[in-house]
Design a protein around this ligand. Structure first.
Ligand code: NCD
Ligand code: ZN
Length: 361
């Protein structure tokens, strides 16, 4: 049984959707590229479409130093197709032991654009993560004075907290306090999934921004249980209610520069997803731009896609906007279900569904 893409139609959709449109080449501000053989399988899908992407540091072992980040960057570049016009941007994985000197080294590297905090145990490869962000005073002070953004996986790991409340509780108990306590700290609340997070970021000062994934704009949590258990719709933070999805779609299409594109494309093999204890992560890179176009088109807001995808993230990170352009044409198409075969196949987000726009190579 196919799971339908749920969309809200805008009642007052002002004009006919365009037959084609162009946007500045976009960037992906939150991406998992993995390493080794998997890196080689996935990097081209992003490099083809996006000018830059922040490569998340949750490798095993984690990318905890500038030296590791630069070596990982070299491996990403080596795995890119030769004609790719793509720049990987790096982050450090914050641990309880990260020294201030490493933050300073990161801030002075042209290739490192942020420091990532994973609450310990919150998600894939987070066992080396931070046990309590509020206790890392000297590191947060160093970050605040360096201007380097803190990229936050915002979920509490308290075992008694309901899975669907983890983001809201982390925001209340940890993130909002850290943002108040360090008035010059720049923060990206990554892959937000709730109405509360969207409202918080909208009301916060301009030093606080958020990324939003395509799956959280297109699906609600029913998609995880549509006709049976759907491991390929399982990611973290987990999909939320329809009211949350609508709030995220409103934020993404509002034109507010605090919200920008971060796919959180997170490939895991079929064997790792379809298992007794399946991994969290949705592999969206091959269809990401078209998936965002689908979400924006569903509310008649394609004219807002370029800001979200290609302007606001670069502006927040203080980087120049890309110069190339991408054309999307109204040409219904159906992405393949997966790439590769058997246990090592990667299931593609929205594979087999019909999308209204297709990017032209
Ligand atoms: C990510 C992964 O697999 O690395 N998984 C996910 O569900 N998003 C980690 C993360 O960003 O939480
Ligand atoms: Zn992620």
């Amino acid at each position: 049984m196919s799971s339908k893409i749920r969309t809200v139609e805008r009642n007052d959709a002002p004009h006919r959707p365009p037959d084609w449109f162009e946007i500045r080449r976009p960037d992906d501000w939150h991406l998992h590229l993995r390493d080794g053989a998997l890196l080689e399988r996935v990097v081209a899908a992003t490099a083809r479409r996006f000018g830059r992407a922040i490569a998340m540091p949750n490798l095993v072992p984690a990318v905890t130093t500038v030296e590791h980040a630069l070596a990982y960057r070299d491996r990403i570049l080596a795995a890119c197709p030769e004609d790719a016009d793509f720049e990987p941007l790096m982050t450090l994985y914050l641990t309880d032991e990260t020294p201030v000197s490493e933050i300073e080294a990161a801030a002075s590297s042209p290739h490192v654009v942020g420091v990532k905090v994973y609450p310990r145990g919150a998600t894939t490869h987070s066992s080396e993560g931070v046990s309590d962000l509020t206790t890392l005073g000297t590191v947060l002070e160093a970050l605040a004075s360096s201007g380097l953004p803190l990229l936050v996986h915002g979920e509490t790991t308290a075992p008694d907290c309901d899975l669907f409340d983890r983001e809201r509780v982390y925001l209340e108990e940890t993130l909002s306090k850290v943002i108040d306590r360090y008035p010059s700290l720049r923060v990206v609340f990554e892959h937000i999934t709730t109405r509360e997070a969207a409202e918080f970021v909208r009301a916060a000062p301009a030093r606080v921004a958020a990324t939003i994934t395509p799956q959280h704009l297109l699906l609600n949590r029913n998609a995880i249980f549509a006709g049976g258990l759907r491991p390929h719709h399982y990611c973290l933070p987990v999909l939320k209610r329809e009211r949350d999805r609508r709030a995220l779609l409103e934020a993404a299409t509002s034109g507010d520069p605090s919200f920008f594109l971060g796919t959180d494309s997170a490939p895991h093999t079929r064997a790792a997803k379809e298992s007794d204890c399946g991994c969290a992560g949705i592999y969206s890179a091959p269809v990401a731009l078209e998936a965002y176009a689908e979400a924006f088109a569903s509310v008649g807001a394609l004219d807002r896609l370029e800001g979200f995808a290609s302007h606001f993230g670069a502006d927040f990170y203080g980087l120049p906007r890309n110069t190339g352009r991408v054309r999307l044409v109204a040409q219904p198409w159906s992405p393949p279900q997966s790439v590769g075969d058997g246990d090592s196949a990667l299931r593609i987000f929205l594979g087999g569904e019909t999308l209204r726009y297709r990017a032209v190579d």
